[in-house]
Design a protein around this ligand. Structure first.
Ligand code: AMP
Length: 424
Protein backbone atom coordinates (compact mmCIF):
# COMPACT_ATOMS: atom_id res chain seq x y z
CA UNK A 1 0.00 0.00 0.00
CA UNK A 2 1.43 3.36 -1.02
CA UNK A 3 1.66 6.13 1.55
CA UNK A 4 2.06 9.91 1.53
CA UNK A 5 5.64 11.17 1.27
CA UNK A 6 7.18 11.87 4.71
CA UNK A 7 6.76 15.54 5.56
CA UNK A 8 3.58 15.84 3.48
CA UNK A 9 0.16 15.45 5.04
CA UNK A 10 -3.49 14.83 4.23
CA UNK A 11 -5.78 17.47 5.64
CA UNK A 12 -9.27 16.18 6.41
CA UNK A 13 -11.83 16.51 9.20
CA UNK A 14 -11.00 13.29 11.04
CA UNK A 15 -7.21 13.68 10.92
CA UNK A 16 -5.58 12.49 14.16
CA UNK A 17 -3.26 15.46 14.53
CA UNK A 18 -4.80 18.84 15.15
CA UNK A 19 -2.87 20.80 12.48
CA UNK A 20 -4.26 18.54 9.79
CA UNK A 21 -7.94 18.77 10.78
CA UNK A 22 -9.60 20.46 7.89
CA UNK A 23 -12.08 22.61 9.92
CA UNK A 24 -9.17 23.96 12.01
CA UNK A 25 -7.18 24.68 8.90
CA UNK A 26 -10.14 26.39 7.21
CA UNK A 27 -10.92 28.42 10.32
CA UNK A 28 -7.39 29.84 10.31
CA UNK A 29 -7.52 30.70 6.62
CA UNK A 30 -10.98 32.30 6.88
CA UNK A 31 -10.07 34.35 9.94
CA UNK A 32 -6.95 35.64 8.24
CA UNK A 33 -8.92 36.35 5.09
CA UNK A 34 -11.49 38.39 6.98
CA UNK A 35 -8.88 40.45 8.81
CA UNK A 36 -6.88 41.10 5.64
CA UNK A 37 -9.81 41.92 3.34
CA UNK A 38 -11.03 44.30 5.98
CA UNK A 39 -7.77 46.19 5.57
CA UNK A 40 -8.02 46.45 1.80
CA UNK A 41 -6.02 43.39 0.80
CA UNK A 42 -7.10 41.55 -2.33
CA UNK A 43 -6.66 37.84 -2.83
CA UNK A 44 -4.23 36.63 -5.43
CA UNK A 45 -3.31 33.06 -6.31
CA UNK A 46 -0.03 32.66 -8.11
CA UNK A 47 0.95 29.27 -9.58
CA UNK A 48 2.59 26.88 -7.14
CA UNK A 49 5.52 26.60 -9.51
CA UNK A 50 7.57 29.31 -11.18
CA UNK A 51 10.73 29.46 -13.21
CA UNK A 52 13.50 28.44 -10.85
CA UNK A 53 15.08 31.84 -11.36
CA UNK A 54 12.21 33.68 -9.64
CA UNK A 55 13.13 32.01 -6.37
CA UNK A 56 16.86 31.75 -6.93
CA UNK A 57 17.14 35.46 -7.50
CA UNK A 58 14.39 36.24 -5.02
CA UNK A 59 15.36 34.36 -1.88
CA UNK A 60 19.04 34.80 -2.72
CA UNK A 61 21.92 32.53 -3.44
CA UNK A 62 23.10 32.46 0.16
CA UNK A 63 19.76 31.65 1.78
CA UNK A 64 19.17 28.24 3.36
CA UNK A 65 16.62 27.48 0.74
CA UNK A 66 19.19 27.67 -2.04
CA UNK A 67 22.33 26.70 -0.13
CA UNK A 68 20.84 23.62 1.49
CA UNK A 69 19.13 22.71 -1.78
CA UNK A 70 15.73 22.86 -0.13
CA UNK A 71 13.93 23.71 -3.34
CA UNK A 72 11.96 21.09 -5.20
CA UNK A 73 13.17 21.61 -8.75
CA UNK A 74 11.55 20.08 -11.81
CA UNK A 75 12.52 20.12 -15.43
CA UNK A 76 9.82 20.50 -18.05
CA UNK A 77 9.99 18.88 -21.47
CA UNK A 78 11.67 21.91 -22.97
CA UNK A 79 14.47 21.56 -20.44
CA UNK A 80 13.28 24.60 -18.50
CA UNK A 81 13.92 24.48 -14.77
CA UNK A 82 10.90 25.09 -12.56
CA UNK A 83 10.61 25.14 -8.78
CA UNK A 84 7.73 24.48 -6.41
CA UNK A 85 7.44 27.67 -4.42
CA UNK A 86 9.57 27.68 -1.27
CA UNK A 87 8.00 31.02 -0.25
CA UNK A 88 5.33 33.17 -1.84
CA UNK A 89 6.73 36.72 -1.81
CA UNK A 90 8.95 36.51 -4.89
CA UNK A 91 6.02 35.06 -6.87
CA UNK A 92 3.65 37.82 -5.73
CA UNK A 93 6.18 40.51 -6.68
CA UNK A 94 6.66 38.79 -10.04
CA UNK A 95 2.87 38.98 -10.56
CA UNK A 96 2.73 42.64 -9.47
CA UNK A 97 5.26 43.51 -12.16
CA UNK A 98 3.80 41.27 -14.82
CA UNK A 99 0.33 42.83 -14.47
CA UNK A 100 1.49 46.42 -14.26
CA UNK A 101 0.16 46.98 -10.75
CA UNK A 102 2.61 49.84 -10.41
CA UNK A 103 0.06 52.16 -12.03
CA UNK A 104 -2.67 51.23 -9.53
CA UNK A 105 -3.16 53.38 -6.45
CA UNK A 106 -0.28 52.48 -4.14
CA UNK A 107 0.20 50.63 -1.93
CA UNK A 108 -1.27 47.51 -3.51
CA UNK A 109 -2.17 45.12 -0.72
CA UNK A 110 -2.33 41.49 -1.74
CA UNK A 111 -2.80 38.27 0.16
CA UNK A 112 -2.73 34.64 -0.70
CA UNK A 113 -2.72 31.29 0.99
CA UNK A 114 -1.66 27.83 -0.06
CA UNK A 115 1.04 25.21 -0.03
CA UNK A 116 4.73 25.98 0.30
CA UNK A 117 7.44 23.42 -0.40
CA UNK A 118 10.81 23.02 1.27
CA UNK A 119 12.96 19.91 1.24
CA UNK A 120 13.69 20.01 4.98
CA UNK A 121 14.09 17.13 7.38
CA UNK A 122 10.53 16.51 8.58
CA UNK A 123 9.71 16.71 12.29
CA UNK A 124 6.85 18.00 14.42
CA UNK A 125 5.99 21.50 13.19
CA UNK A 126 8.35 21.21 10.23
CA UNK A 127 7.11 19.69 7.01
CA UNK A 128 8.17 19.50 3.40
CA UNK A 129 4.78 20.70 2.24
CA UNK A 130 3.25 23.17 4.64
CA UNK A 131 0.83 26.04 4.21
CA UNK A 132 1.05 29.76 4.68
CA UNK A 133 -1.21 32.76 4.68
CA UNK A 134 0.78 35.50 3.09
CA UNK A 135 0.26 39.27 2.99
CA UNK A 136 2.21 41.81 0.94
CA UNK A 137 1.88 45.62 0.78
CA UNK A 138 3.65 46.83 -2.32
CA UNK A 139 4.67 50.13 -3.83
CA UNK A 140 5.67 52.37 -0.91
CA UNK A 141 8.65 52.49 1.42
CA UNK A 142 6.72 53.95 4.34
CA UNK A 143 7.33 52.62 7.86
CA UNK A 144 3.61 53.00 8.45
CA UNK A 145 3.07 49.99 6.20
CA UNK A 146 5.49 47.93 8.29
CA UNK A 147 3.58 48.85 11.43
CA UNK A 148 0.28 48.08 9.73
CA UNK A 149 1.53 44.68 8.56
CA UNK A 150 2.69 43.76 12.07
CA UNK A 151 -0.59 44.97 13.57
CA UNK A 152 -2.59 42.95 11.04
CA UNK A 153 -0.58 39.85 11.73
CA UNK A 154 -1.10 40.20 15.47
CA UNK A 155 -4.79 40.87 14.87
CA UNK A 156 -5.08 37.56 13.01
CA UNK A 157 -3.52 35.62 15.90
CA UNK A 158 -5.61 37.45 18.49
CA UNK A 159 -8.85 36.98 16.56
CA UNK A 160 -8.09 33.27 16.48
CA UNK A 161 -7.83 33.37 20.26
CA UNK A 162 -4.06 33.09 20.76
CA UNK A 163 -2.65 34.89 23.79
CA UNK A 164 0.82 33.59 24.47
CA UNK A 165 2.60 35.56 21.76
CA UNK A 166 5.80 37.51 21.40
CA UNK A 167 6.53 39.86 18.53
CA UNK A 168 10.29 40.09 17.99
CA UNK A 169 11.21 43.09 15.94
CA UNK A 170 14.59 43.79 14.43
CA UNK A 171 16.19 45.48 11.49
CA UNK A 172 18.59 43.95 9.03
CA UNK A 173 19.55 47.42 7.77
CA UNK A 174 20.21 48.52 4.23
CA UNK A 175 22.44 46.44 1.96
CA UNK A 176 25.45 48.66 2.75
CA UNK A 177 24.85 48.24 6.50
CA UNK A 178 24.73 44.52 6.05
CA UNK A 179 27.92 44.55 4.03
CA UNK A 180 29.65 46.39 6.91
CA UNK A 181 28.23 43.96 9.43
CA UNK A 182 29.32 40.97 7.38
CA UNK A 183 32.79 42.48 7.14
CA UNK A 184 32.86 42.84 10.91
CA UNK A 185 31.68 39.25 11.41
CA UNK A 186 34.23 37.87 8.98
CA UNK A 187 37.02 39.67 10.81
CA UNK A 188 35.78 38.43 14.15
CA UNK A 189 35.09 34.84 13.16
CA UNK A 190 37.85 34.03 10.66
CA UNK A 191 40.47 33.37 13.34
CA UNK A 192 38.05 30.88 14.95
CA UNK A 193 36.91 29.20 11.76
CA UNK A 194 38.31 25.82 12.76
CA UNK A 195 35.92 25.70 15.73
CA UNK A 196 32.81 26.43 13.68
CA UNK A 197 30.56 23.79 12.18
CA UNK A 198 31.19 22.86 8.58
CA UNK A 199 28.03 24.64 7.51
CA UNK A 200 29.04 27.86 9.23
CA UNK A 201 32.57 27.68 7.86
CA UNK A 202 31.08 27.55 4.39
CA UNK A 203 29.09 30.68 5.20
CA UNK A 204 32.01 32.75 6.41
CA UNK A 205 32.79 34.01 2.93
CA UNK A 206 29.36 34.42 1.36
CA UNK A 207 27.07 35.44 4.21
CA UNK A 208 28.48 35.25 7.74
CA UNK A 209 25.29 36.82 9.14
CA UNK A 210 23.55 33.52 8.67
CA UNK A 211 25.98 31.94 11.13
CA UNK A 212 24.17 33.83 13.91
CA UNK A 213 21.11 31.73 13.15
CA UNK A 214 23.02 28.47 13.33
CA UNK A 215 21.39 25.59 15.17
CA UNK A 216 24.75 24.11 16.12
CA UNK A 217 25.61 24.36 19.84
CA UNK A 218 29.26 24.46 18.96
CA UNK A 219 28.71 27.59 16.82
CA UNK A 220 26.57 29.24 19.46
CA UNK A 221 29.27 28.65 22.06
CA UNK A 222 31.87 30.37 19.86
CA UNK A 223 29.50 33.28 19.22
CA UNK A 224 28.79 33.70 22.94
CA UNK A 225 32.46 33.60 23.82
CA UNK A 226 33.32 36.27 21.25
CA UNK A 227 30.55 38.58 22.39
CA UNK A 228 29.32 39.34 18.89
CA UNK A 229 27.76 42.77 18.49
CA UNK A 230 24.23 42.64 17.06
CA UNK A 231 23.13 43.79 13.61
CA UNK A 232 21.11 46.60 15.13
CA UNK A 233 24.32 48.39 16.16
CA UNK A 234 25.38 48.56 12.54
CA UNK A 235 22.37 50.38 11.10
CA UNK A 236 23.07 53.43 8.97
CA UNK A 237 21.29 56.67 9.73
CA UNK A 238 18.35 56.08 7.44
CA UNK A 239 17.73 52.49 8.46
CA UNK A 240 18.02 53.53 12.10
CA UNK A 241 15.45 56.32 11.68
CA UNK A 242 13.14 53.94 9.82
CA UNK A 243 13.40 51.36 12.58
CA UNK A 244 12.64 53.94 15.27
CA UNK A 245 9.64 55.12 13.31
CA UNK A 246 8.23 51.58 13.10
CA UNK A 247 8.71 51.26 16.87
CA UNK A 248 6.93 54.56 17.53
CA UNK A 249 4.02 53.58 15.31
CA UNK A 250 3.64 50.23 17.06
CA UNK A 251 3.61 51.96 20.43
CA UNK A 252 0.94 54.35 19.21
CA UNK A 253 -1.09 51.34 18.02
CA UNK A 254 -0.63 49.54 21.32
CA UNK A 255 1.02 46.53 19.66
CA UNK A 256 3.41 44.96 22.16
CA UNK A 257 6.82 43.91 20.83
CA UNK A 258 10.34 43.29 21.98
CA UNK A 259 13.32 44.50 20.03
CA UNK A 260 15.54 41.62 19.02
CA UNK A 261 18.84 43.29 18.12
CA UNK A 262 20.26 40.17 16.49
CA UNK A 263 17.23 39.05 14.51
CA UNK A 264 18.26 37.75 11.12
CA UNK A 265 15.87 36.11 8.72
CA UNK A 266 16.44 33.18 6.43
CA UNK A 267 15.85 35.00 3.16
CA UNK A 268 18.39 37.31 1.61
CA UNK A 269 15.97 39.86 0.19
CA UNK A 270 14.99 41.50 3.44
CA UNK A 271 16.07 45.08 4.19
CA UNK A 272 15.38 47.16 7.26
CA UNK A 273 12.36 45.83 9.13
CA UNK A 274 12.31 42.14 9.97
CA UNK A 275 10.17 40.45 12.56
CA UNK A 276 8.97 37.13 13.84
CA UNK A 277 6.03 36.17 15.97
CA UNK A 278 6.69 33.37 18.40
CA UNK A 279 4.37 31.33 20.53
CA UNK A 280 5.80 30.95 23.97
CA UNK A 281 4.59 27.44 24.67
CA UNK A 282 4.96 25.23 21.63
CA UNK A 283 8.62 24.37 22.03
CA UNK A 284 11.51 24.71 19.65
CA UNK A 285 9.54 25.30 16.48
CA UNK A 286 7.92 28.33 18.05
CA UNK A 287 7.77 30.70 15.06
CA UNK A 288 4.16 31.21 14.06
CA UNK A 289 5.14 33.58 11.30
CA UNK A 290 7.65 36.08 10.08
CA UNK A 291 7.84 39.10 7.90
CA UNK A 292 9.94 41.94 6.68
CA UNK A 293 10.64 44.63 4.16
CA UNK A 294 12.13 43.81 0.77
CA UNK A 295 12.61 47.03 -1.18
CA UNK A 296 15.16 45.55 -3.61
CA UNK A 297 13.35 42.32 -4.48
CA UNK A 298 11.51 43.55 -7.56
CA UNK A 299 14.76 44.75 -9.14
CA UNK A 300 16.38 41.40 -8.41
CA UNK A 301 13.59 39.93 -10.53
CA UNK A 302 14.35 42.30 -13.38
CA UNK A 303 11.49 44.67 -12.55
CA UNK A 304 11.36 48.34 -11.60
CA UNK A 305 12.01 49.47 -8.04
CA UNK A 306 9.00 48.37 -6.00
CA UNK A 307 9.36 48.66 -2.25
CA UNK A 308 7.31 46.21 -0.24
CA UNK A 309 6.68 44.72 3.14
CA UNK A 310 4.84 41.55 4.05
CA UNK A 311 4.54 38.47 6.19
CA UNK A 312 3.89 34.75 6.10
CA UNK A 313 1.92 32.86 8.71
CA UNK A 314 2.53 29.14 9.09
CA UNK A 315 -0.95 27.61 9.20
CA UNK A 316 0.08 24.27 10.75
CA UNK A 317 2.14 26.05 13.43
CA UNK A 318 -0.83 28.25 14.30
CA UNK A 319 -2.99 25.13 14.61
CA UNK A 320 -0.44 23.60 16.99
CA UNK A 321 -0.52 26.79 19.08
CA UNK A 322 -4.33 26.81 19.12
CA UNK A 323 -4.37 23.25 20.39
CA UNK A 324 -1.75 24.12 23.00
CA UNK A 325 -3.84 27.03 24.29
CA UNK A 326 -6.98 24.90 24.32
CA UNK A 327 -8.77 26.97 21.70
CA UNK A 328 -11.40 24.66 20.28
CA UNK A 329 -12.42 25.05 16.66
CA UNK A 330 -15.96 23.71 16.26
CA UNK A 331 -16.26 20.70 13.97
CA UNK A 332 -18.37 20.99 10.84
CA UNK A 333 -22.16 20.84 11.33
CA UNK A 334 -23.71 17.42 10.85
CA UNK A 335 -26.76 16.68 8.70
CA UNK A 336 -30.18 17.63 9.95
CA UNK A 337 -31.70 14.72 8.09
CA UNK A 338 -30.20 11.43 6.96
CA UNK A 339 -32.49 9.83 4.39
CA UNK A 340 -32.18 6.07 4.18
CA UNK A 341 -33.71 4.21 1.21
CA UNK A 342 -34.63 0.72 2.30
CA UNK A 343 -34.95 -0.75 -1.20
CA UNK A 344 -33.81 0.01 -4.75
CA UNK A 345 -36.86 2.01 -5.96
CA UNK A 346 -36.65 4.20 -2.85
CA UNK A 347 -33.23 5.52 -3.90
CA UNK A 348 -34.51 7.97 -6.49
CA UNK A 349 -37.41 8.93 -4.19
CA UNK A 350 -34.89 9.80 -1.48
CA UNK A 351 -32.79 11.84 -3.88
CA UNK A 352 -35.85 13.70 -5.24
CA UNK A 353 -36.94 14.53 -1.71
CA UNK A 354 -33.42 15.63 -0.72
CA UNK A 355 -33.27 17.91 -3.73
CA UNK A 356 -36.61 19.46 -2.71
CA UNK A 357 -35.43 20.15 0.81
CA UNK A 358 -32.02 21.51 -0.14
CA UNK A 359 -30.51 23.99 0.31
CA UNK A 360 -32.65 25.04 3.26
CA UNK A 361 -32.18 21.74 5.02
CA UNK A 362 -28.87 19.88 5.26
CA UNK A 363 -29.86 16.47 3.91
CA UNK A 364 -27.60 13.55 3.21
CA UNK A 365 -28.84 10.34 1.65
CA UNK A 366 -27.55 6.84 2.13
CA UNK A 367 -27.02 5.22 -1.23
CA UNK A 368 -27.10 1.55 -0.60
CA UNK A 369 -30.43 0.18 0.60
CA UNK A 370 -29.99 -1.40 3.99
CA UNK A 371 -31.91 -2.71 6.93
CA UNK A 372 -33.37 0.04 9.14
CA UNK A 373 -30.97 -1.01 11.93
CA UNK A 374 -27.89 -0.57 9.74
CA UNK A 375 -29.22 2.76 8.39
CA UNK A 376 -29.73 3.98 11.94
CA UNK A 377 -26.12 3.13 12.77
CA UNK A 378 -24.91 5.12 9.77
CA UNK A 379 -27.09 8.10 10.73
CA UNK A 380 -25.65 8.05 14.25
CA UNK A 381 -22.11 7.96 12.92
CA UNK A 382 -22.89 10.96 10.76
CA UNK A 383 -24.23 12.79 13.81
CA UNK A 384 -27.58 13.45 12.08
CA UNK A 385 -30.52 14.87 14.02
CA UNK A 386 -33.15 12.84 12.19
CA UNK A 387 -33.16 9.71 10.12
CA UNK A 388 -35.89 9.29 7.50
CA UNK A 389 -36.69 5.79 6.28
CA UNK A 390 -38.12 5.22 2.83
CA UNK A 391 -39.24 1.70 2.04
CA UNK A 392 -42.04 -0.15 0.29
CA UNK A 393 -44.56 0.53 3.05
CA UNK A 394 -43.78 4.24 3.08
CA UNK A 395 -44.03 4.40 -0.70
CA UNK A 396 -47.47 2.84 -0.66
CA UNK A 397 -48.75 5.48 1.75
CA UNK A 398 -46.74 8.43 0.34
CA UNK A 399 -44.97 9.12 3.63
CA UNK A 400 -41.58 8.76 5.23
CA UNK A 401 -40.86 7.36 8.65
CA UNK A 402 -38.98 10.00 10.60
CA UNK A 403 -37.03 9.23 13.74
CA UNK A 404 -35.52 11.84 16.03
CA UNK A 405 -32.25 10.28 17.03
CA UNK A 406 -31.82 11.91 20.41
CA UNK A 407 -35.31 11.23 21.79
CA UNK A 408 -35.95 8.08 19.77
CA UNK A 409 -39.38 9.47 18.94
CA UNK A 410 -40.69 8.08 15.65
CA UNK A 411 -43.62 9.08 13.42
CA UNK A 412 -44.82 9.07 9.85
CA UNK A 413 -44.82 12.40 8.05
CA UNK A 414 -45.82 13.50 4.59
CA UNK A 415 -42.97 15.02 2.57
CA UNK A 416 -44.62 18.47 2.35
CA UNK A 417 -44.57 18.67 6.17
CA UNK A 418 -40.82 18.35 6.31
CA UNK A 419 -39.91 21.94 5.48
CA UNK A 420 -41.94 23.41 8.27
CA UNK A 421 -40.76 20.69 10.65
CA UNK A 422 -37.09 21.53 10.16
CA UNK A 423 -37.63 25.23 10.29
CA UNK A 424 -39.16 25.10 13.76
P1 AMP B 1 9.67 31.70 6.80
O1 AMP B 1 9.32 32.07 5.40
O2 AMP B 1 10.73 30.65 6.89
O3 AMP B 1 9.88 32.86 7.70
O4 AMP B 1 8.38 30.98 7.35
C1 AMP B 1 7.25 31.67 7.80
C2 AMP B 1 6.48 30.79 8.74
O5 AMP B 1 6.09 29.58 8.07
C3 AMP B 1 7.29 30.32 9.93
O6 AMP B 1 7.24 31.26 10.95
C4 AMP B 1 6.59 29.04 10.30
O7 AMP B 1 5.41 29.35 11.04
C5 AMP B 1 6.15 28.49 8.97
N1 AMP B 1 7.11 27.48 8.46
C6 AMP B 1 8.32 27.69 7.89
N2 AMP B 1 8.88 26.54 7.51
C7 AMP B 1 8.02 25.56 7.84
C8 AMP B 1 8.02 24.13 7.70
N3 AMP B 1 9.01 23.48 7.10
N4 AMP B 1 6.95 23.45 8.17
C9 AMP B 1 5.91 24.09 8.76
N5 AMP B 1 5.86 25.41 8.91
C10 AMP B 1 6.89 26.15 8.46
Amino acid sequence: MLRAVPGSNDIFPQAKEYPFREPVFRHIVRTAEEVLRNAGAQMIHTPIFEQLEVFQRGVGLTSDIVVKKEMFVLEDRGGRLLALRPEPTAAVVRAYNEHGMKVWPQPVRLFTWGPIFRGERPQKGRYRQFHQVDYEALGLADPLLDAEAIALMVRIYRTLGLRNLEVRLGSVGDPEDRARYNQYLRGLLMPHADRLSEESRARLEANPMRILDSKSEQDQAVLAELGVRPMLEFLGEEAQAFHEQVCRYLERLGVAYTVDPSLVRGLDYYVRTAWEVHHMAIGAKSALGGGGRYDGLSEMLGGPRVPGVGFGIGIERVAIALEQEGVVVPPDPSPTLYLAPLDEPAKIEALALAEQLRPRVYVEIGYTPKSPRKALEDALRKGAQYVGFLGEAERARGVITLKHLQSGEQREVEPFQLHSLFEE
